[in-house]
Ligand binder design. Structure first.
Ligand code: HEM
Length: 493
């Protein structure tokens, strides 16, 4: 590859940038960038210009790639140049989010994080332990839905938040209001604001603004950065300190953090990596798991035939006096197909994790300048009509043929060395919650419910980078008396 790279550098003088929207002088296409639903605009550009699109954002090149093969060419084959995240002044330098996802794979902290994740998700014993936590969390979700059937969003959020805190810290959250969940949620809201905030964008594009003192008019972002930085510090420290105290008192239960602190190779120098990787579990895992489950239930409401077919399969395979378990998974291909189809159709992270090109490069005859932001257009990949015919329909059957199309998992969790380390956890927690839900509950539309899965800007989704369904009305009730008894029995175990 190095020889190839040298060759591309030699050639680059004559090569054009990938095609793309023309943009305006100086600002380029900045004003054409929507505040939400970016992927719909990217898709228009993709249809107009092809699989590689380039645009100028106030002098910085962005490359949008809509083909999985081309993304993999960069992130797998040329990973040395495409495994870093771009530096955003507000989110990283001023607030410090790079403590949770370090920018460069050469950063010691990033390597320690990946080692921490790998150590825990890599051994059968620990995977088994996490599966048990996931089963337990899914049972509580089922119980919560009977208690508060009208608060679907709240139930799902509480399930995902308490599960990730349990895995990361062994923390048992309260069923109602919980201070720790409130704290971590506030920090995550700040992060989402940063992703879509104009002030942050300004300092990102005019980096010297970061030297402006906080008292100068227009430098409100400095005060906000300070406040956000302090909140992020609390999110990292508060639960970690709690685990350390419980360890001292001998009352800590098993968790990611406890396992790492107990490991032979642990020493004080590693403390920062342990606590920031634990915080990354919540930051990366809670909102994503909740959003996927919420979208899945919306689709099960909108496609009752598929739901009934999955329920019939469950009735056949799992007897009605017990809950489904992971051991049943292989015997439930239709449930599996519904899950795959929901993950494809409701593409939770439609434009994936950002990367930056560390060197000048060439892709398919186009010049990729050093410093370009690389944006994989996962939504376009999972809605490609050549690969997934009728891409806007929920068709579980597409997965049940001899040669099914590529699994959404190959794209939705990102690519290469920075692929989502929580893939296994997310897949398992959503599967068990989905199987239990289908076995126990019906979800039906009521007056005011959406009537189809509308992916337009005014439709069923919120259009954010982690794209959740908008809250929707539905009626959720146990499928029958036996299901109700099973749900009620969860409290007595
Ligand atoms: C359905 C649920 C999830 C989806 C769709 C998802 C998706 C993603 C995507 C697209 C990326 C960017 C990867 C790239 O740059 O190529 C990512 C990164 C990440 N995810 Fe997930 N994720 C999910 C659940 C989780 C869970 C449960 C965890 C908890 C361990 C987690 C932790 C992370 C972390 C720490 C990163 C950053 C990795 C790095 O920068 O090296 N995610 N995820």
């Amino acid at each position: 590859y190095l020889a190839y790279h040298r060759y591309t550098l030699y050639k680059r003088g004559n090569l054009p940038l990938p095609p793309g929207p023309k943009g305006w002088p100086i600002v380029g296409s900045l004003l054409d960038m929507p505040q939400s639903f970016h992927w719909l605009r990217y898709h228009d550009w993709h249809k107009q210009h092809g699989n590689i699109v380039s645009l100028n954002l106030l002098g910085r090149t962005m490359i949008i790639i809509s083909s999985p093969q081309l993304v993999s060419e960069l992130t797998d084959k040329r990973h040395a140049y495409y495994s870093s995240r771009p530096r955003f002044v507000m989110a990283t330098e001023l607030v410090g989010w790079d403590q949770l996802t370090p920018l460069m794979p050469t950063d010691r902290l990033w390597r320690d994080h990946r080692r921490n994740f790998g150590r825990l998700f890599g051994t059968k014993m620990t995977v088994q332990k996490f599966f048990e936590m996931e089963v337990d969390a899914a049972r509580r979700l089922m119980r919560g839905m009977l208690r508060k059937p009208d608060d679907l969003g709240g139930n799902i959020h509480h399930w995902a938040a308490s599960l990730t805190l349990k895995i990361a810290y062994g923390y048992e959250s309260n069923t109602g209001h919980d201070d720790l969940i409130e704290l971590v949620d506030e920090v995550m809201n700040q992060f989402n604001t940063l992703l879509s905030d104009n002030n942050a964008t300004l300092v990102d594009f005019i980096p010297w603004l970061r030297f402006m003192p906080a008292w100068v008019p227009g430098a409100g972002f400095q005060r906000r950065a300070k406040y956000y930085r302090e909140s992020l510090r609390k999110m990292i420290d508060v639960p970690f300190d709690m685990v350390k105290e419980r360890l001292k008192a001998g009352t800590a239960s098993q968790s990611f953090t406890v396992d790492l602190l107990d490991a032979d190779e642990y020493n004080d120098e590693k403390e920062f990596a342990v606590k920031t990787s634990a915080a990354a579990i919540y930051a990366g895992g809670a909102d994503t798991t909740a959003g996927t489950m919420h979208g899945l239930l919306l689709l099960l409401m909108l496609y009752p035939e598929a739901r009934r077919k999955a329920q019939e399969e469950l009735d056949r395979v799992v007897s009605s006096d017990r809950l489904p378990s992971y051991n049943d998974r292989e015997q439930l291909p239709f449930v599996e197909a519904c899950l795959k189809e929901a993950m494809r159709l409701h593409t939770l992270v439609p434009v994936g994790g950002l990367r930056v090109a560390l060197e000048d490069d060439v892709l398919e005859g186009y010049f990729i300048p050093k410093g370009s932001i690389i944006q994989p257009n996962i939504w376009a990949m999972l809605h490609d009509p050549k690969v997934y015919p009728d891409p806007f329909e929920f068709v579980p059957e597409r997965w049940l043929v001899e040669n099914p199309p590529p699994h959404p998992r190959e794209m939705m969790f990102g690519f290469g060395r920075r692929i989502c380390p929580g893939m296994l956890l997310a897949d398992a927690s959503i599967w068990i919650a989905c199987a239990m839900f289908l076995a126990l509950y019906d979800i039906n539309p009521v007056k005011g419910s959406p009537t189809f899965f509308d992916q337009s800007m005014t439709g069923s989704l919120d259009g954010q980078p982690i794209c959740h369904p908008k809250p929707f009305k539905s009626e959720i009730k146990p499928r029958n008396a036996k299901a109700q008894t099973l749900i009620l029995s969860i409290d007595n175990e």
